[in-house]
Design a binder for this molecule. Structure first.
Ligand SMILES: [Ca+2]
Ligand SMILES: [Ca+2]
Ligand SMILES: [Ca+2]
Length: 174
């Protein structure tokens, strides 16, 4: 019993030490932008909020289910208020539904990055098991650059649709 208590005390000290070390050297501390915060729709189709306990921050966004297959929705994020000029790795956290292969374009500054939501997942709707992430290496962020994400509603082997569910974006400074 005594040794168990001692172990807990030692673990606490270690974790405090680790925390302070991390915050002291923070140039590479990831910056998270939740997809559901501060998003602004542009264009004809809209992204809408979806709240679920398993999402980061308790929510994500998806394209409105009434949008037809092949239609595109765009969402805009202001980056300059959160990120300094520099080079970043960008991790996009999303839900891959098995009823579509949606192409997604990420516009940052004058560059465009493309990913496709085409992983074989368990189901065609939002679930913890369908959470996926995509890494875009070495993204250059210049002053006043914004990010626009354009997703396309798609259909694959199903009567249902993939609605491009986006959870969060994590920028890791290089
Ligand atoms: Ca998919
Ligand atoms: Ca679906
Ligand atoms: Ca989220």
């Amino acid at each position: 019993m005594k040794s168990a208590k001692l172990l807990i005390v030692v673990m606490c000290i270690l974790s405090i030490g680790a925390t302070s070390t991390t915050s002291a050297s923070s140039p590479n501390k990831p910056i998270t932008i939740e997809a559901e915060l501060g998003f602004k729709n542009i264009g004809e189709q809209n992204f809408i909020l979806e709240e679920r306990p398993f999402y980061s921050g308790g929510a994500a966004i998806k394209i409105n289910g009434s949008a037809p297959v092949g239609s595109k929705a765009k969402v805009h994020y202001n980056l300059s208020s959160r990120l300094k000029t520099g080079q970043y790795d960008l991790m996009i956290h999303y839900i891959d539904e098995n009823d579509g292969h949606s192409p997604v374009n990420i516009y940052i500054g004058n560059q465009v990055y493309k990913i496709i939501f085409d992983e074989e997942t368990e189901s065609g709707f939002e679930s913890e098991a369908n959470q996926r992430s995509a890494l875009i290496s070495s993204v250059r962020i210049n002053k006043n650059d914004d990010m626009i994400i354009e997703g396309e509603v798609s259909r694959y082997n199903s009567e249902h649709k993939e609605l491009v569910r986006l959870d969060k974006f994590v920028f890791i400074s290089k």
